[in-house]
Design a protein around this ligand. Sequence first.
Ligand code: UDP
Length: 448
Amino acid sequence: MTQYTARLGARRGAPHKRWSVGRRVRRVAMLSVHTSPLHQPGTGDAGGMNVYIVELAKRLAERDVEVEIFTRATRGGLPPTVEITPGVLVRHVDAGPYEGLAKEELPAQLCAFTHGVMQAWAHHRPGHYDLVHSHYWLSGHVGWLAAERWGVPLVHAMHTMAKVKNASLATDDCPEPAARVIGETQIVAAADRLIANTEEEAGELVRHYDAAPGKVAVVHPGVNLDRFRPEPGRAAARARLGLPQDAVIPLFAGRIQPLKAPDVLIRAVAVLLDEDPSLRDRLIVPVVGGPSGSGLAKPEALHKLAARLGVCDVIRFHPPVDQDRLADWYRAATVLVMPSYSESFGLVAIEAQACGTPVVAAAVGGLPVAVRDGHTGFLVPGHDPHDYAAALRRFLDHPHLSDSLGEAAARHARGFGWDTAAADTAEVYAAAMSEHRRHLRSPHGTHA
Ligand code: UDP
């Protein structure tokens, strides 16, 4: 973990400071209003943030930090609490109708959600939670109030930011509303600490939202290295998935929406087939995931595009799969393709690499951290399908490239374990706690 200002200071030649470590955090109220850590990622509102919360919470619990995750109940009959593992509890909060409420409509339910959180807290002795960690701006608003009411620090992670998304929208995508920008700005001001996935995101918080650099810490997300590993290898994975051993397989995995640009891969495949129709016999392009975000409005759009471009025979759509199955898809692939318009980190890029598969990705957001250009894959500037076709052609022209880059990719991914992410997050918590306490003791402190 790095403190953003410390990194800036180091660049200017100033000494590299570390935060002082204060009293230990024993119990965290983690807020995930709009999506449950129990949902299947890869479709709808469930994606990297869900994986992030579950993995982080488990590793924090292993470090004796209990985590209670509050999330909105999205169907009837859910138990009030679910224990994921000892020390990690999911609390279902009733706030609005169970089904049929889009994420965009959730601001109207934040008061009800906060009420639910407060009710859970009221059953405990004072001081039950040492800290609030909110994820995504909707949770930040609940966290803002809860942290102030409980007299504890608020640590917030944006995951995505409206201003950043709006700055690089796909042509057929809709911009995030101004209300979200205002909401995010308020949280940046209210939070004691902001956790950014990369230096790039830390800079965006400072530049676009006027975050105090001293509040921003960079913690790289992780990858579950027990699940995502190269063994038992490509041949076994292809056999398990019923895929031919000699096929060239560029894979897309993730939520299907304009922001992730699976259409760019489909167009790139059409370019490749135009240039060399004989490829048809050995090219298979799986698209694994379900519709999400603005992609929900036109779930058939990609199928129609593939039909229009005459590539239906090579594109294979698959619904989202659990992560053990997904690991097989990564291993089976020649290369993972991630042409996203915006990505705060891009977990699938690091997961695929952990499985020994190189990545062709857009050079946006956190992807230049996740992918080492020329070593573990290729970064492509922009979204021109011809450029992606050119990157894919390298794998066709050099059949051993996938293995050689893949080995480097697996080594690179081993630097991104969740244990490190949890240790760094615990350090951010400790710093937030000690500063919060100092503030309480200060005659100018605003907390009563
Ligand atoms: N994922 C999954 N099954 C699928 C497709 C994706 O479990 O069929 C998971 C994947 O393992 C990754 C997450 O969904 O952890 C997507 O995270 P990423 O950061 O790539 O994108 P986000 O959804 O956050 O935009």
